[in-house]
Design a protein around this ligand. Structure first.
Ligand code: PEP
Ligand code: MG
Length: 579
């Protein structure tokens, strides 16, 4: 049994079979060869070894001509390993005697070799990379056209991958993908957010571990603790089965408060809305008793499709959500593409600092036809219900004004053509840069509502990449700098009489509910899966007590202290609720 610690990004526990995707995206399931097909498969293996050897020879000759003998020696060494008799014998035995599929035999055997090298604590451990290179070349030749895509998964698996992009994650079929873990990835990445939207347990930032696992092996994924457990023993499996049952009981209890309002014990009504990426999630929000949709991340319409969405594609998606919400508010955020939510079609040159680059509203304002298409669809949907539009990543007043001007222009267009829309559709902005917080007293005069995006606000305030596992410990919503910016934003909004919401992941974590209510927040937008728990906490606290908690937290000077305090306060609250 091997227990690996990563970053918990989407809760839940799942037990299943591993499907391994290495950095090149190969799928290596544990498959067995029929006895009658052993000779054919051995021939396929021999052919792949021959092809790989020829490739290496070609590379060696090219490098020798370009750079000289010294560099060609690298390929000579690869060739020697590939032709090693012991290795060849092991591969053949695996196919002939154990009936392993050649791909599986290659992956298992070479990863075992690589691990031996990795375990040596000296410069020789670097040779493990050479072994992985040989494995990749062999697999490429074996798999040929059979490389399947993630989208084609058709049996229950837990995906273990080097990395998954947000768009790859968006295409996962959750009927079959029961959870995933990745070597890369940080706590606030959009891959993490999509996993939460799909409601599949996920752990990211585990670090290198794929060498220790082959497809088909049993694995436990603990999205609550951020653990990946390879080859679990019987006792651990039994313990996790019990945990799964207990979680089902809690979920059933939480269902009972579905139709009750998120109202504090001193009678303050909190508006609790859902964050969605896909129209289908609207139903999940309703099933958990939401007051509407507080954040619809529309860029996933782009990320999940191969072709550019048309105005009608946009409209159909929005109409589905608005109709499902039956009069409840739906906040549609305009495209927040760029940074880690990139799409090849956007033709943006590679940027050195994508998070500080052409993303979000900046991109929309540069690609006006795309922006206008979306605004037309949002406006058309505004005729169907309580639709509100929100602009992301506003950092200057000019951006806000420009976005509003494009909106006004699109309105005129629709009016001219007699197309119905709500001329009074509320317009809001996200507060997710320190600049927006500092200038909010000015910006707020030109919007109908604001929504604080703590995921980006933390990233830009603390100068930590939300998707980077190596600085994940610095990405902290408890940091006093973040708390001060939140307080300032909520104070400014209250003074201006403008509704304010928090829609970053922070609002979905019950550890922060009392703090946020104490800071004056009356609207929270959270991932669908978090609605019942957050509602339960809202219903068991008083605003008066929350104020005291917020005051105390704000007086603290370090994130660690704040975190310990908030955890303790939550524990007390839950203990009181049970008593
Ligand atoms: C945020 O930044 O907090 C937010 C809600 O937007 P996103 O996570 O899509 O960047
Ligand atoms: Mg954001």
């Amino acid at each position: 049994m091997l227990k690996l610690q990563g970053i918990a990004v989407s809760p839940g526990v799942t037990i299943g079979e591993a499907l391994v995707l290495d950095s090149e995206g190969f799928r290596i399931p544990r498959r067995f060869v029929e006895r009658s097909a052993v000779d054919t498969e051995l021939a396929r293996l021999a052919h792949a070894i021959g092809e790989t050897a020829r490739e290496m020879e070609r590379n060696r000759d090219a490098i020798r001509a370009e750079l000289g003998e010294q560099y060609a020696a690298i390929f000579e060494a690869h060739l020697a390993m590939l032709h090693d008799e012991k290795l060849q014998r092991e591969l053949q035995t695996a196919v002939r005697d154990r009936n392993w599929w050649p791909e599986y035999a290659v992956s298992r055997t070479l990863r075992r070799y690589a691990k031996v090298f990795q375990s040596l604590d000296n410069h020789i451990s670097q040779r493990a990379h050479d072994i992985y290179d040989i494995e990749k070349s062999l697999l490429r030749n074996l798999l040929g056209q059979r490389r399947e895509t993630l989208a084609a998964i058709s049996q229950p698996v837990i995906v273990l991958a080097h990395n998954l992009t947000p768009s790859e994650t968006a295409t996962l079929d959750r009927r079959f993908v029961k959870g995933f873990a990745t070597e890369l990835g940080g706590p606030g990445s959009h891959t993490a957010i999509v996993a939460e939207g799909l409601e599949i347990p996920a752990v990211v930032g585990v670090g290198p571990f794929l060498a220790d696992v082959s497809g088909g092996e049993p694995v436990i994924l603990d999205g609550n603790q951020g653990l990946v457990i390879l080859q679990p023993d019987e006792e651990t499996i039994a313990r996790y089965r019990q945990e799964l049952e207990a979680a089902q009981t809690v979920a059933a209890q939480l269902k009972e408060i579905r139709d009750l309002p998120a109202e504090t014990t001193d009678g303050v009504r909190i508006q609790l809305t859902g964050n969605i990426e896909f129209p289908s999630e609207a139903e999940q929000c309703l099933a958990r008793g939401c007051d509407g949709i507080g954040l619809y991340r529309t860029e996933f319409l782009y990320l999940a499709s191969r072709t550019e969405p048309t105005e009608d594609d946009h409209y159909a998606a929005y109409a589905e959500v608005v109709q499902a919400m039956a009069g409840r508010p739906v906040v549609i955020r305009t495209l927040d593409l760029g940074a880690d939510k990139m799409h090849a079609r956007l033709n943006i040159e590679e940027e050195r600092n994508p998070c500080l680059g052409l993303r979000s509203i900046r991109l929309s304002l540069r690609q006006l036809p795309m922006f206008r298409t979306q605004l037309r669809a949002i406006l058309r949907a505004s005729a169907l219900g309580d639709v509100r539009v929100m602009f992301p990543l506003i950092s200057t007043i000019v951006e806000l004004r420009q976005a509003r001007m494009v909106l006004a222009d699109v309105m005129e267009d629709l009016a001219e053509h007699g197309i119905a829309f709500n001329r009074k559709m509320p317009v809001g902005m996200m507060v997710e840069t320190p600049a927006a917080v500092m200038m909010l007293d000015i910006f707020i005069k030109e919007v109908d509502f604001v929504s604080i995006g703590t995921n980006d606000l933390i990233q830009y305030t603390l100068a930590v990449d939300r998707g980077n596992k190596d600085v994940a410990d610095l990405y902290n919503a408890c940091d006093p700098a973040v708390l001060r910016l939140l307080r300032r934003s909520l104070d400014v909004a209250r003074e201006a009489g403008v509704p304010a919401n928090v829609c970053g992941q922070m609002s979905g974590s019950v550890m922060f509910t009392q703090l946020l209510l104490g800071l004056g927040l009356r609207q929270l937008s959270v991932p669908p899966s978090a609605i019942p728990e957050v509602k339960q906490v809202c219903r068991s606290v008083s605003v008066a007590e929350c104020r005291l908690i917020a005051e105390k937290a704000l007086a603290m000077d370090g994130a660690r202290e704040v975190k310990a305090y908030l955890r303790d306060q939550l524990r007390r609250r839950l203990a009181q609720a049970v008593a």
